[in-house]
Design a protein around this ligand. Structure first.
Ligand code: PLP
Length: 367
């Protein structure tokens, strides 16, 4: 048997006629930037998340960067970022002109640790970016209390959390503004790069939209030095079709995660993901933590099971950020995840047989 890490073929074959129609509609419209396809998806996604505004943009990195630019982050400003995330979270801060300051994540949720967050706050701190890593919102209640105490805006990096909830509220509606990615492998993925900002703040929404469109509201009148980061109408049309199925796809991911947990819980050497009580996890990644990672990956690979690592290098040890002068040992939880994490196959269309086969293969390694 072969178990790929992800496979979109079932997802897409079920939607083939609708997706083809949507793409043909865009081609026939003769409209390839902005327009009704983009605004329709923006409206539907805002409704789904439960916010007033959704602004489509080029990708998830841009979404975060646009928010920070709209907040007027400038040189010398610090933005707190979890030490365990994808590099885009930190790069957004850098491109907006600020400095990322890392804080360690919790050993159980892998999300930003509220205590470490509070210790990282300085007079230069201007914002906090929460990353709903692997599809789960961490201890948002405690993070929110700290943010309010220091009067700091919380920005969500919801790139892995389409549909996740905390106390019934969706990721993307909890902070001042949120960045989403629709990279093909995300829970809601386009047929290429795409992203969006969600917010309830009218003024911020208008600013984000203006910055993303070359800093202009009226054609050829440029108020600020903006960028070109627009959601492509073809991607918007595809996303609008796919959005209707997101909850069904997330429900299947939840079933797969439950099977993995049940099948692997008796192996003491395998660290399983923990879920905070009042949250809905959307399992963008099902991670396990093991000590001899290379051996486990090799043996699974020999059995035809493909795995990935998210992510092998913690944020503070990336060469790209050597000027920040962090050292090994600074963020032990992030380092441990970077050293031990394996992401197991997880996709809508994964069969019960593939799940059982993967579980059995892991059990055999530790027998
Ligand atoms: C995917 C991802 C991003 C970046 O999204 P792109 O669309 O690839 O730019 C940012 N943050 C996190 C946590 C991600 O997983």
């Amino acid at each position: 048997m072969r178990v790929p890490f992800a496979d979109f073929s079932v997802m897409h074959s079920e939607l083939q006629p609708e997706i083809n129609n949507a793409i043909t509609r865009v081609v026939n419209s003769n409209y390839f930037i902005g327009g009704e396809e983009v605004s329709a998806f923006e409206r539907h996604f805002a409704d789904y998340i439960g916010v007033k505004h959704c602004i489509g943009c080029g990708n998830g990195l841009d979404a975060l960067q646009l928010i920070l630019r709209a907040m007027e982050i400038k040189e010398g400003d610090e933005v707190i970022v979890p030490a365990h995330t994808y590099i885009a979270t930190a790069l957004a801060v850098t491109y907006a002109g600020g400095t990322p300051v890392y804080a360690d994540v919790e050993a159980d949720t892998y999300c930003l640790d509220p205590e470490k967050l509070e210790k990282a706050i300085t007079p230069r701190t201007k914002a906090i970016i929460l990353v709903h890593i692997y599809g789960q919102i961490g201890r948002f209640d405690r993070i929110k209390a700290i943010a309010e105490k220091y009067n700091l805006p919380v920005i969500e990096d919801a790139a892995q959390a389409h549909g996740a909830t905390f106390d019934g509220k969706k990721a993307g509606s909890l902070g001042v503004a949120s960045g989403f990615s629709f990279y093909p492998g995300k829970n809601l993925g386009a047929f290429g790069d795409a992203g969006a900002v969600t917010t309830n703040d009218d003024e911020l929404a208008e600013k984000v939209r203006m910055i993303a469109n070359y800093g202009s509201k009226v054609k050829y009148q440029h108020v600020v030095k903006g960028v070109n980061s627009r959601l492509d109408p073809i991607q918007a049309a595809v996303l609008d079709v796919k959005l209707k199925k997101l909850d069904i796809w997330n429900a299947r991911r939840k079933e797969i995660a439950a099977e993995y947990k049940k099948g692997l819980s008796s192996i003491p050497e395998v660290g399983l993901p923990y879920q905070t009580p009042n949250t809905e996890h959307v399992w963008h990644i099902f991670s396990i933590l093991v000590n001899d990672r290379e051996k486990v990956i090799r043996e699974l690979n020999q059995d035809g099971i493909q795995t990935l690592i998210h992510y092998p290098v913690p944020m503070h040890l990336h060469e790209a950020y050597r000027e920040l002068k962090y050292q090994k040992g600074d963020f032990p939880n992030a380092e441990k995840i970077a050293e031990c994490e394996i992401s197991l196959p997880m996709f809508y269309g994964m069969t019960d047989e593939q799940i059982a086969y993967t579980i059995n293969a892991i059990r055999r390694i530790f027998e």
